[in-house]
Design a protein around this ligand. Structure first.
Ligand SMILES: NC(=O)c1ccc[n+]([C@@H]2O[C@H](COP(=O)([O-])OP(=O)(O)OC[C@H]3O[C@@H](n4cnc5c(N)ncnc54)[C@H](O)[C@@H]3O)[C@@H](O)[C@H]2O)c1
Ligand SMILES: CCCCC/C=C\C=C\[C@H](O)C/C=C\C/C=C\CCCC(=O)O
Length: 187
């Protein structure tokens, strides 16, 4: 598998980004959206952890998952997509706050971009959006950030060893913001 090959080639696996994602709101595409976005990211995260945890022979590291502002806010035009992205935030934060994962030297953070200048928003259609006309107006209102803004945010979360469980939103309108969600400590 890919992670094994990385370890053989470079000696360890220390940075993983789960980025793959699609939009799809009609049957059977909405089920594929859950499979790719939520199940794919979950599978990638759990597998990466197995290879990175110091208590399992890894050297520690950081996992960055790509969610969306649609996972933080509501998105009436693509509710299934939005649900998958909310799930990614919950998965990432929960694992980041797990004491065994923390002790094993792995950090997990999540990036939540609003609209970004990529193929995903160029391909908005009746299959992945409940109202394409409204979506175009919505995108115009929210604005579109460049890929570089998202990459900068990603790199900051990789480099800053103090960041664990961070949820960072980047949007044209509000810039890059660390969100704060109350955590009730589990005893
Ligand atoms: N573009 C945006 O406005 C925006 C905003 C917020 C979050 N995101 C998220 O950013 C991530 C990247 O998307 P993007 O905007 O670059 O769009 P994109 O369509 O350009 O890229 C998506 C990538 O996912 C890959 N992919 C899709 N299904 C896959 C599968 N089953 N297995 C492996 N790879 C698969 C594609 O090959 C493609 O490279 C996604 O998770 C997306 O939800 C995008
Ligand atoms: C609107 C239809 C989107 C269809 C799915 C395709 C692309 C999705 C791209 C992004 O992930 C959507 C991101 C953000 C939109 C949702 C909410 C915006 C909230 C803005 C804010 O909180 O500042």
């Amino acid at each position: 598998d890919l992670f094994k090959k990385v370890k053989e080639t470079f000696g360890c696996l220390d940075i993983v980004c789960n980025n793959a994602g699609i939009g799809g709101e009609v049957y059977p595409l909405w089920e594929k959206t859950i499979d790719v976005n939520l199940k794919g990211t979950t599978r990638g995260t759990l597998l990466a952890l197995e290879h990175m945890r110091t208590d399992k022979g890894g050297k520690g590291g950081v996992i960055i998952n790509i969610s969306s502002a649609a996972g933080l806010n509501v998105n009436p035009l693509s509710p299934v997509y939005s649900a998958t992205k909310a799930g990614i935030i919950a998965l990432t934060r929960s694992l980041a706050m797990n004491s065994e994962v923390k002790s094993a030297g792995v950090r997990l953070n999540v990036v939540c971009p609003a609209f970004v200048d990529t193929d995903l928003i160029k391909e908005i259609n009746d299959d992945n959006c409940l109202d394409v006309q409204k979506a175009s107006k919505f995108i115009e209102m929210i604005g579109v950030v460049s890929k570089e803004v998202v990459v900068d945010c990603f790199m900051e979360l990789v480099r800053d060893v103090n960041q664990n469980g961070a949820v960072v939103k980047c949007s044209k309108m509000d810039g890059t913001q660390y969100t704060s969600i109350e955590v009730k400590p589990v005893t």
